[in-house]
Design a protein around this ligand. Structure first.
Ligand code: PMP
Length: 328
């Protein structure tokens, strides 16, 4: 067990939970890395810690400094969580269509949130470009830039990968997960592939994201959209570029939503939409390798309570056309 420490010290070293129902259904061993147990409640606490630590080491972030970030929410929450103890101010640029709980949490943590309407990445009003401009215009500010700042994937290489390797005594056959910045898949796959060159890495991808087509055919294409939050990209980021990937799989929103309610009720794991998509990918992979006993690892990125205003809201579910069904 870890010694008593700060909020900063509490990032990482998360449990690896065997997903009982999915392991039984597939005859594989399916595990979820419980990143929702980080102090800020998501996988992005790791990126936040890696980015802040590097900025401090490079002398860019000084006591009383300001951190600016463009985020779908969780990286902002991770940064705001870690910034309190260290005395930094946080300014967040964020699309205005994310779950209400994320804005509330940022406000509770004392971050300044500047919400903007969602728009294509090429538009200079995209939350990412806005964050860069806010940092440029604010004296003493550092732009975290989770997409291109490789401290993100490096932190996963240094911590997430080794933790999984140790937790399974090196018995990892497959890794599947979706990417937002690519930090998690970048660092984790790079580390685990070095340890086991036969590891099979499958990028899971929601509708409308370009990762599936990029892995399969080298083009950043993909139609439609998804209600999942924090995942899906349509360009090559420096963090994603580090990933070592063998294959890709699409997961539809209805498949994701079926899984969200399945693991809540069968396993006691009420998870957010990206976790549900990851678990649906792990389940599909497990079905392809049925009864092989393979060890399949995925990520439980954040808790379902962060999306309760959507997924537990009957009117919202009906409006989006969701009618969750049991998993076969
Ligand atoms: N799940 C959630 C809920 C997220 O917020 C994010 C990051 N935006 C991810 C998954 C993807 O993680 P990464 O940025 O490391 O690819």
């Amino acid at each position: 067990m870890q010694k008593a420490g700060s909020v900063w010290d509490s990032v990482g070293n998360t449990p690896l939970i065997r997903i009982h129902s999915l392991s039984e259904k597939t005859g594989c061993e399916i595990y979820g890395k419980a990143e929702f147990l980080n102090p800020g409640g998501s996988i992005k606490d790791r990126a936040a810690k890696g980015i802040i630590a590097r900025a401090e080491a490079e002398g860019k972030l000084k006591p009383g400094g300001i951190i600016v970030e463009g985020t779908a929410g969780n990286t902002g929450i991770g940064i705001a969580t870690l910034a309190c103890e260290r005395g930094y101010k946080v300014i967040i640029s964020m699309p205005n269509n994310q779950a209400a709980e994320k804005y509330q949490m940022l406000e509770a943590l004392g971050a300044e949130v500047r919400a903007v309407p969602p728009c294509p990445f090429a538009n200079q009003d995209h939350f990412y470009h806005r964050a860069r401009r806010i940092a440029e215009e604010t004296p003493g500010a550092v732009w975290a830039d989770q997409f291109e700042n490789t401290a993100n994937a490096q932190f996963h290489y240094d911590t997430t990968g080794p933790e999984i390797w140790e937790q399974l005594d090196g018995k990892v056959d497959m890794l599947t997960l979706a990417a937002g910045t690519g930090g998690t898949i970048g660092g984790t796959s790079a580390f685990l592939k070095e340890r086991n060159k036969n590891l099979h890495v499958v990028a899971a991808d929601p509708s409308g994201s370009g990762i599936h087509d990029y892995v399969k055919q080298g083009t950043w294409t993909g139609d439609g959209g998804s209600i999942t939050e924090g995942i899906g990209i349509k360009r090559l980021t420096a963090n994603f570029d580090r990933a070592v990937i063998d294959d890709a799989m699409r997961v539809t929103d209805p498949e994701m939503m079926d899984m969200l309610f399945h693991v809540a009720r069968a396993d006691g794991l009420f998870q957010g939409t990206s976790s549900a998509l990851n678990l649906a990918a792990a389940y599909k992979l497990g079905m392809q390798y049925k009864n092989s006993g393979k060890h399949i690892v995925t990520f439980l990125c954040d808790h379902g309570s962060r999306y309760a205003s959507k997924v537990m809201n009957r009117a919202w579910m009906e409006e989006k056309g969701f009618n969750p069904q049991p998993i076969p």
